[in-house]
Design a binder for this molecule. Structure first.
Ligand SMILES: Nc1nc2c(c(=O)[nH]1)N[C@H]1C(S)=C(S)[C@@H](COP(=O)(O)OP(=O)(O)OC[C@H]3O[C@@H](n4cnc5c(=O)[nH]c(N)nc54)[C@H](O)[C@@H]3O)O[C@H]1N2
Ligand SMILES: Nc1nc2c(c(=O)[nH]1)N[C@H]1C(S)=C(S)[C@@H](COP(=O)(O)OP(=O)(O)OC[C@H]3O[C@@H](n4cnc5c(=O)[nH]c(N)nc54)[C@H](O)[C@@H]3O)O[C@H]1N2
Ligand code: SF4
Ligand SMILES: [Mo]
Length: 902
């Protein structure tokens, strides 16, 4: 028997990069705690991080290599040698026949830097192609362009402590309360200490982040450039710019000044749909603040004007000299845990390691010399959306996908699926066999995942952490860098036999040591950082060149920028409206984004019932006025359609949205909701410079659908296996939605509907998987009307149930299941043809850590409890704090209701 050990590592979710202490017995992970010594979180974790050890059901993991030798065939288990030899043969053949650009790699900001570096060297040095791009193209590439154009290098100049030091914080296009919760907690604490700190939120939606805002500008989507120019116009008018700073440290101001002359307050307020006074207040707070910090994320980046939005925001910092000082600067929040590492190791089509450019012949020569190859490819590589276009057009014959799920996350899924189907050879290197993309894999390679692999990541504040391994990976899963290198060695035997290997790495540390020397003398110089230093002194902020005594918390403090002239560059670009306008057929704008407790395509969080407690299923949010106009009720099924595709799902009124806007979480893919997921609707149009697609702005329409035949099911036990078996059967229906419910005894829940009753044989197949065909099952069937109810009981407790037809008592039965008790009347009520009264109250878990529901909190508020009282009595909000903004909002609205009634 082994005792409990603790391994310090990092959280595998967002770019905050929190340190976690993994508790394990050497074989299984038993718990996680926030690492009090990690400078990013100082012991805190959010609801996702705190549940890490419970998520990622092993039953959903990829365990063995699987290969198929024809598109019509099923994959079967293979072994690493045959799998990688086969892949090397196919890649070599394609390269010989069609040239190096006939193959491509699509990788991920969730890889570690060592993984990234290995893939990059494989594509560029060995194969000789720049066809390697990353899902960071959908995420941070507009920020990359923004920083490089304005400041000369792709480097967020700030530190997390600037959140605590700032006098005025502007949060633009970021819902950090959900997406970067631990940083939001730090900001909350700072504002509680210094209430005079101003917080401005710029977001078309009223999000939980607005709970901290002194001013929320609910701008019309896509109008940020006009807003930022309008703010600069006012700063100039009022004399709130820093002329000395502009004079000494910048260039290009005159052109920008001439441009923003046209962005007067009236015109800008009109474009953005805000009040002139609010615009003026915003400019005044920025202009008068001793220190001004801005935080931003996907609301700026995921846009056809993503680069322009970034530049216009950075302009404000340059014009006010608010950069390079404590509490000041333009600070992009990175989405994925190692989005930064991907940029540093040069793993985007246009980059090379060490913040070099693939298009720069000197940079290519430097890296080629270091790698010991003749040269690096000059042909530009394909960026994510273009890459899948090329695959669809047949120009890419072999595609290697690692640690990303493009069949869920890329826009315009119809075309992405065509590409994946058309591609002669698709390799998917995945931790979870459940991802939508795995279906398209000719070769599935099992990857080790969080807690099972070693390497480094860089968080949003340029801080490199040592990611440590606690336990072994399941089955034959291997670390990503090791898979890339093993494949590389097999491929080089075919492409350059007899030459010394480019991939002679035995440990991730060896990869890191080779990589870090390539940063010597560059802006991100990390030649002074190695694993031993990280283990001795903890996580480090770059640059930290060899010989330096410490890392660098803040860049550009001396007013010297990374441009050729040393001056920062103002960028003057006019406001352009988003690509898709509202029109008669598509009069609504669809916005997509994050939920508090889910992560992307849900391969990990989607195995944990707790993660569904806050939001149980895919629902489309619509402003109450738009609901009324269409005569829609909460929970009603609608068809949501764009020019590219459609989905059927329930609608829900949401007065946090502006009229004319719809919101759908980005998480729902094909597995959890019938259809091609949220990105069936989005458009593939990209920003001209960053090539980042417009994921937050698609023109759509919503209309009611009549699907009278309804279906509900709930089943405990072997949830992943049942999910996998059941999911394909629901392709037959018009609507189907899957989630996990419960806590101690998680169950798979299915809600579905169809225009007419399906074939009885279909129902039988479903019942077989649900184990409702025999054994201790209560059954009431009316085959003529395709109605029926079945409940499996064991010792009076419900283990599974299925209801089909029209008269549904689902909520009642679900509540009974949740309670774990039996109802003496169950048999009578269930078998009565009309069924029991269905309760229509919807509840959700607001506090995931302490399992406190919305209804309990409402009840306690009605009894007069305030936030402290709620924390004391119910325990909600006392652990990770992620639910506190929502509780505050509830307090404000419920006590408002009491006041009105009184
Ligand atoms: N819980 C959770 N956290 C995550 C993730 C997750 O999946 N789940 N993913 C991580 C990743 S990879 C990323 S990139 C980040 C994303 O983090 P965020 O960017 O903060 O999250 P989103 O919800 O995608 O979008 C943020 C906001 O942009 C707003 N927005 C939409 N259009 C516009 C616009 O035109 N202008 C402005 N100003 N705002 C607009 C949306 O209403 C939304 O509230 O989250 C990271 N953290
Ligand atoms: N409509 C819409 N679409 C969006 C967005 C949006 O806001 N709206 N946001 C975009 C953004 S910002 C992002 S970052 C993308 C994210 O999109 P994806 O990258 O597709 O998201 P994930 O689901 O995180 O995919 C990561 C995959 O890697 C697997 N995995 C986990 N750990 C490991 C590992 O260690 N090794 C390997 N090999 N695999 C592993 C997971 O199981 C998962 O399938 O989505 C983008 N798409
Ligand atoms: S804020 Fe939450 S999701 Fe992000 S790194 Fe920290 S614990 Fe993980
Ligand atoms: Mo992202």
């Amino acid at each position: 028997m082994s005792s409990t050990q603790t391994t310090a590592s990092t959280c595998c979710y967002c770019g905050v990069g929190c340190g976690v202490l993994i508790e394990h017995d050497g074989e299984r992970i038993l718990g996680v705690r926030g690492d009090p010594e990690h400078p990013a979180n100082l012991g805190r974790l959010c609801s996702k991080g705190a549940n890490l050890h419970l998520s990622g059901d092993l039953a959903a993991r990829a365990r063995y290599p699987e290969l198929r030798l024809g598109k019509q065939l099923a994959r079967s288990r293979s072994d690493w040698d045959s799998a990688l030899d086969h892949a090397a043969a196919v890649f070599a053949e394609s390269i010989r026949e069609h040239g190096p650009d006939s193959v491509a790699f699509y990788v991920s900001g969730q890889l570690l830097s060592e993984d990234y570096y290995a893939f990059n060297k494989l594509a560029r040095a060995l194969i000789g192609s720049n066809n390697i791009d990353s899902n960071s193209r959908l995420c941070m590439s507009s920020a990359v362009v923004g920083y490089k154009r304005s400041l000369g290098a792709d480097a967020p100049p700030c530190s997390y402590e600037d959140l605590e030091l700032s006098d005025c914080v502007m949060i633009a296009g970021s819902n950090m309360a959900y997406a970067h919760p631990v940083l939001f907690r730090r900001l909350e604490a700072a504002k509680a200490q210094r209430p005079e700190m101003k917080v401005i939120v710029i977001d078309p939606r009223r999000t939980d982040t607005c709970e901290l805002a002194d001013l929320h500008l609910a701008i019309q989507p896509g109008t940020d450039v006009a807003l930022f120019h309008g703010i600069l116009h006012l700063l100039l008018w009022e004399g709130w710019v820093d002329r000395a700073f502009i004079e000494a440290h910048t260039q290009g101001f005159d052109e920008l000044k001439a441009l923003v002359r046209d962005y007067g307050p009236l015109a800008v307020a009109e474009i953005c749909g805000i009040r002139v006074e609010d615009l003026q207040r915003c400019a005044e707070w920025i202009g008068r603040a001793p220190s001004f910090l801005s935080l931003w994320c996907m609301g700026l980046n995921q846009s056809t004007a993503g680069s322009a939005k970034n530049s216009a925001l950075i302009n404000l910092h340059l014009a006010t000299g608010q950069i390079g000082r404590p509490g000041a600067g333009p600070f992009s929040l990175t989405g994925q845990p190692n989005a930064m590492g991907g940029r540093e190791t040069g793993s985007l089509a246009n980059l090379l390691p060490g913040h070099r450019e693939a298009a720069n012949p000197e940079h290519r020569a430097e890296v080629a010399r270091y790698w010991g190859v003749d040269d690096l490819p000059a042909t530009p590589g394909l960026t994510a959306v273009e890459l899948f276009d090329a695959v669809r057009a047949g120009r890419i014959k072999a595609l290697w996908i690692a640690c990303t799920n493009p069949a869920q996350s890329l826009p315009n899924q119809q075309q992405v699926r065509q590409a994946l189907e058309a591609c002669p050879f698709v390799v998917v290197q995945e931790a979870f066999a459940s991802s939508e993309t795995c279906r398209y894999a000719d070769l599935l390679l099992p990857a080790s995942s969080w807690g099972e692999k070693e390497g480094t990541v860089t968080n949003s504040e340029r801080r490199i952490s040592h990611v440590r391994r606690a336990i072994a990976a399941p089955g034959e899963a291997r670390a990503d860098w090791a898979i890339a290198c093993d494949f590389g060695r097999r491929l080089e035997r075919r492409l350059r036999p007899g030459q010394p290997s480019l991939f002679a790495f035995d440990q991730p540390q060896a990869v890191f040591d080779e990589y870090r020397q390539l940063t010597r003398g560059r802006d991100l110089d990390i030649s002074g950082i190695d694993y031993a230093l990280l283990d001795r002194d903890g996580p480090q902020q770059w640059p930290r060149p060899a010989g330096a005594q410490r890392g660098t918390p803040r860049l550009y403090s001396d007013g010297r920028f990374a441009t050729a002239s040393g001056r920062a560059q103002f960028i003057a670009e006019t406001y352009r409206a988003p690509q898709e306008r509202r029109e008669a057929r598509y009069p609504l704008i669809l916005n997509t984004g994050r939920l508090r407790d889910q992560w992307h395509g849900m391969t990990r969080t989607g195995t944990l019932a707790q993660a569904f407690g806050h939001v149980e299923e895919a629902r489309l949010g619509l402003h109450p006025a738009d609901m009324r106009r269409r005569h829609l009720n909460d929970g009603q099924l609608v068809r949501l359609a764009s020019r590219r595709g459609s989905l059927v799902l329930p609608v829900q009124s949401d007065d946090n949205l502006l009229p004319g806007q719809a919101f759908l979480p980005m998480h729902w893919g094909e597995r959890f909701l019938k259809g091609l997921g949220v990105n069936a609707l989005t458009l593939p149009t990209v920003d001209p410079l960053s090539r980042q697609p417009e994921l937050k702005h698609a023109a759509v329409e919503v209309s009611a659908v009549e699907l009278p035949w309804q279906f509900f099911a709930l089943v405990e036990d072997q949830v992943q296996a049942r999910f996998a078996a059941l999911r394909p059967l629901f392709e037959a229906l018009d609507y189907a939605s899957f989630s996990l419910v419960g806590r101690e005894r998680p169950a798979l829940q299915i809600r579905a509907a169809h225009a007419s009753p399906p074939d009885p044989a279909w129902l039988q197949r479903i019942d077989a998987v649900l184990e409702l065909n025999d054994g201790p099952v209560l059954a009431y069937d009316d085959p003529r009307r395709a109605q029926g109810k079945r409940v499996r009981l064991e010792e009076g407790r419900i283990l599974g149930l299925r209801l089909a037809g029209t008269d549904i008592a689902y909520d009642w039965l679900k509540a009974l299941w949740l309670s774990g008790e039996s109802d003496a009347d169950l048999r009578r009520k269930l078998l009565a043809p009309a069924g029991a009264q269905s309760s229509t109250t919807t509840d959700k878990t607001l506090c995931s850590c302490m399992n406190v529901s919305l209804s309990r909190i409402r009840g306690a508020i009605a009894k007069g409890l305030d936030l402290d009282g709620l924390k004391r009595e119910l325990g909600c909000g006392t652990q990770c704090g992620s639910c506190v903004p929502e509780i505050k909002r509830l307090l404000a609205s419920e006590s408002g209701a009491i006041a009105v009634n009184a």
